[in-house]
Ligand binder design. Structure first.
Ligand SMILES: [Zn+2]
Length: 368
């Protein structure tokens, strides 16, 4: 039986996405198996493919077409862990259920099928498909590496789950370890000591109250601060003399992480503060001509649900943004990514492919 798009299941986008889900790509070994499969699939459909191996992880880069502009389609093959049944994909009510269906193997399958179609119907620009292995764990070894190899373009679309909204901005990341010292005393006489946990709580509150964390932008109401870890205290009858906090700050595009750190250090002169991880924000211009074209084409094919927005979380877009390449998150319709009932709407996978295809046509990619 053919689906509504005229495909038999075996050759459909949903079949390819189902196959990718089955790899259970939660480890280096399995994500590499998925990468090998994609590489073979793309080559068997006539595409030129390069495989990059970085610290044991494979990234697959396929290219088709030529022209003055380059469109990069970026998809991650890795998924977050889940119950075993999530890796046995199933379709029901026009949806494909399974871990990674929405984030983002459905989008990857749409991109792969599009690349195969572009071999037969060449695009008016160069299209690069970059399938990467480690977005869920930071992206340094996949997209970070490919960007450092100079694989750049005029627009990058990361197929993250966005329900056809276009994520032009994303918050930056500052993850801090804040160590606070106190003074130990017997727990029955706390007034003789200095409780490091209480002092750490005061420090946390003063960080949260900083002016910089009350600011907003067009796309964001404010930055966010999550007190993610706390390590302190050993026994009941002792005033704790040490407390270590792990604080995850997501700052706004336009804010300066160095200035934020200077302010925090000035506010807490007696604490020891270490930046454990940081990631750049994304601030793609909404009037960039390629972004405008994407918006136009997507609205034509997907309707009013297409709007520009700011993403709270971080994605591989940030590696491209750091090089000045306009990068957006844009993906099909679904729900519950990273959760138990993750699914992607199958029809939206076809609409998604058609939007990307339209974008590779001259009249759409060159601006007016
Ligand atoms: Zn994702």
């Amino acid at each position: 039986m053919k689906n509504e798009h005229g495909h038999y299941f075996e050759e459909s986008i949903e079949a390819l996405a189902s196959r990718l889900i089955q790899f259970e790509a939660t480890s280096a070994e399995r994500v590499n198996q998925s990468a090998d499969y994609c590489c073979d699939w793309l080559r068997s459909h006539g595409l030129g493919v390069d495989v990059y191996v970085n610290q044991g992880l494979k990234s697959v880069v396929a290219t088709v077409g030529e022209g003055e502009s380059t469109l990069i389609l970026n998809g991650h093959l890795d998924v977050v862990p889940g119950q075993p049944e999530l890796f046995a994909p199933r379709t029901a009510d026009g949806r494909l259920y399974g871990r990674g269906s929405y984030d983002m193997l459905g989008a990857v399958a749409s991109m792969m099928v599009l690349m195969a179609e572009l071999v037969k119907n060449p695009p008016d620009c160069k299209v690069i498909l970059a399938l990467v292995p480690d977005e869920e764990t930071g992206g340094e070894l996949g997209s970070g590496f490919l960007v450092r190899q100079g694989i750049l373009g005029d627009l990058v679309i990361c197929g993250e789950p966005t329900n056809f909204k276009i994520g032009v901005h994303a918050k930056g990341i500052l993850q801090l370890k804040v160590d606070v010292k106190g003074k130990a005393a017997h727990g029955s006489r706390p007034w003789l000591g200095k409780n490091a946990i209480l002092k750490a709580m005061e420090h946390y509150q003063s960080i949260v109250s900083m002016d910089v964390f009350q600011e907003s932008t067009t796309y964001f109401k404010q930055p966010s601060i999550n007190l993610a870890k706390i390590q302190a205290g050993k026994v009941y009858n002792q005033v704790p003399d040490f407390c270590s906090m792990g604080i995850d700050i997501r700052y706004l595009p336009g804010q300066n992480p160095d200035e934020i750190m200077d302010q925090i250090r000035a506010l807490l002169p007696d604490a020891e503060i270490k930046v454990e991880f940081q990631g750049r924000p994304v601030e793609t211009k909404s009037d960039d001509r390629f972004v405008r074209k994407l918006c136009e084409v997507a609205t034509q094919l997907a309707g009013d649900q297409v709007i520009l927005f700011g993403q709270d979380g971080s994605a591989d877009t940030r590696f491209y943004a750091a090089k000045g390449v306009p990068a957006v998150e844009f993906g099909p319709v679904g729900a519950n990514h990273h959760g138990p009932d993750e699914y992607v709407d199958i029809h939206s996978l076809y609409v998604y492919k058609d939007i990307l295809k339209e974008l590779t046509k001259n009249s759409k990619t060159k601006g007016e």
